[in-house]
Design a protein around this ligand. Structure first.
Ligand SMILES: Cc1cc2nc3c(=O)[nH]c(=O)nc-3n(C[C@H](O)[C@H](O)[C@H](O)COP(=O)(O)OP(=O)(O)OC[C@H]3O[C@@H](n4cnc5c(N)ncnc54)[C@H](O)[C@@H]3O)c2cc1C
Length: 478
């Protein structure tokens, strides 16, 4: 019976960088990566040809496959501010390993990205005085502006770069199993023994599962696997902490309005806590001259996202406006809550993302397609259906977003222009946070959790760093 030193579930950046670092540490002779999606060379999103999302089966090529959600991401690698002794972006790695170690890891991982061809230019470091002026304006509105250097790959470059990493892993004899779903984890006496898999083409079929054994198993399933992971935690009593869900919209407005932010920072990370709820509202994943896109999750749940290319440019900027929702006793199902919001909104959009003009929300009316056709901000996501997102988003989320937009209008003139577009739903699912120790080991012996899925990270750089860090831990025991 073959037994691996390590099995990694999922092949997103966290997993890929774990494998990379194990190669560097000469400990990668007997490891296996399992991914339900395709290898990167076969990952193609047909929307550019078809004009609308055809809901690829068995899995969405945007969210699944080698390099996970990273392949079609905008590839903004968030670094850190060397003058700040905290880290605000990308997740909570520093709460487990400390700020200094996290900064060192970011530097190290950034060098790996550079060695595979990432752009050597950093955005957000040249215009200190201009950024300070925007920071001061935001402060007056009780909005915090986080300014950190960003390395921007661009969507086409991300794909190319991760493709090179896939070749590198292959050349170093890493075992990679594609189009294979990990359906279950084998746990005996509170210790992990391996995983149970089936071919992705049998996604909806009740076929016999194949057991694969390993001394260590790493869960690296990203947000795509958050729902599955929640089920696993419930089934195997893997300890969790109450989680959050980020619910909101993708906002699209002319580059002209965002020109200062785009020029001085590339991505402005604004965080506020508007009255009356004082929920955390933040801007996220800003894409200058970018395109709004869709991503499809289990059961055809269709969410909105955004990206930008290095060469192909639109005249709009898009960014997410997200509200963090924490739930208290007796409700502890943030994923289910988010899924219900998304499902309702998808139904309103006939299975698609819904788009609405800000001015129509103020006027208390839906947006009609003929109005959208005449709108000065031309939507870059053609598949979005004109409608009314306020039917589904909920009073609390909607109020948070509208209050935040109003406050941001005083920082960036035109931010609340009635022609600006809101697309929904944009939701960031994290499973209930997995309870891990400082070695990222769960309450089950030799079962580890890294990346976005278990709630440790929220972005490419931190997810990649979590993989590098775990490789160093595992290398001491294999
Ligand atoms: C359109 C888009 C744009 C983005 N832009 C940015 C950006 O500019 N900057 C940034 O920092 N972040 C961005 N992100 C987020 C970033 O991509 C993620 O934070 C990052 O990819 C998380 O890495 P991960 O390894 O945790 O998981 P993921 O990249 O999500 O990978 C998880 C993998 O696990 C696989 N999987 C899940 N369950 C199973 C299972 N049961 N069996 C087998 N395989 C499974 C999935 O198919 C997936 O391939 C973007 C995301 C999207 C979708």
């Amino acid at each position: 019976m073959q037994k691996y030193d390590v099995i990694i579930i999922g092949m997103g950046p966290s997993s890929v960088f774990l494998a990379y670092e194990l190669i560097k540490l000469k400990k990668a002779n007997n490891i296996l990566l399992i991914e339900e999606g395709k290898n990167i060379k076969e990952r193609i999103c047909p929307i550019e040809k078809t004009g609308k999302c055809i809901k690829c089966k068995p899995f969405c090529n945007i969210t699944s496959g080698f390099s996970g959600a990273g392949a079609f991401s905008d590839g903004k690698l968030s670094l850190y501010n060397p003058d700040d002794d905290d880290i605000y972006v990308g997740g909570e790695l520093h709460e487990y390993i400390g700020v200094q170690k996290t900064k060192e890891l970011i530097d190290y991982t950034d060098q790996i990205y550079l060695s595979f061809g990432a752009d050597t230019n950093l955005k957000g470091i040249e215009f200190k005085d201009e950024v300070k002026k925007i920071y001061d304006k935001a402060k007056k509105e009780n909005i915090n502006l986080i300014s950190i250097p960003i390395r921007h790959l661009g969507t086409e470059k991300s794909h190319e770069l991760y493709s090179l990493i896939q070749d590198y892993l292959k050349d170093h004899n890493i075992n990679m199993m594609f189009e294979t779903i990990v359906s279950d984890i084998i746990i005996e006496n509170n210790e992990v023994k391996g995983v149970r898999v089936k071919e992705a083409k049998y996604i909806d079929d009740d076929v016999e599962l194949t057991d694969i054994y390993a001394d260590n198993v790493v869960i690296a399933v990203g947000r795509k696997g958050a729902n599955w992971l929640t089920n696993m935690c419930y089934k195997h009593s893997i300890k969790t902490k109450p989680g959050i869900v980020d619910i909101g919209i993708r906002y699209e407005l002319p580059d002209e309005i965002m020109k200062d932010i785009n020029k001085y920072m590339y991505e402005g990370k604004f965080i506020g806590k508007p009255e009356p709820f004082r929920d955390k509202v933040r801007t996220f994943c800003q894409n200058p001259s970018g395109f709004v896109s869709t991503e499809v999750y289990d059961n055809n749940l269709t969410l909105v996202n955004g990206h930008s290319y290095k060469d192909n440019k639109s005249s709009n900027t898009n960014l997410a406006l997200l509200v963090s929702h924490h739930f208290n006793y007796p409700f502890d199902k943030p994923i289910e809550y988010g899924r219900n919001v998304a499902k309702n909104l998808n139904e309103l959009g006939n299975g698609n993302v819904v788009v609405q003009r800000l001015g129509d929300i103020y006027r208390g009316k839906r947006t009609w397609q003929n109005e959208l056709d005449r709108n000065s901000v031309v939507p870059t996501l053609k598949a979005a259906v004109a409608g009314d997102i306020t039917f589904a988003l909920g009073y609390r989320t909607m109020t948070d977003i509208l209050q935040f937009i109003r406050a941001m209008d005083k920082v960036i003139e035109g931010f609340a222009d009635p022609n600006n577009l809101l697309y929904g739903p944009e939701i960031k699912f994290y499973s209930n946070k997995i309870d891990i120790n400082s070695n990222f080991e769960t309450s089950i012996k030799n079962l580890y959790s890294i990346g976005d899925g278990g709630g440790l990270t929220r972005g490419l750089m931190m997810a990649s760093c979590s993989g590098v860090y775990l490789a160093r831990i595992l290398s001491k025991k294999i």
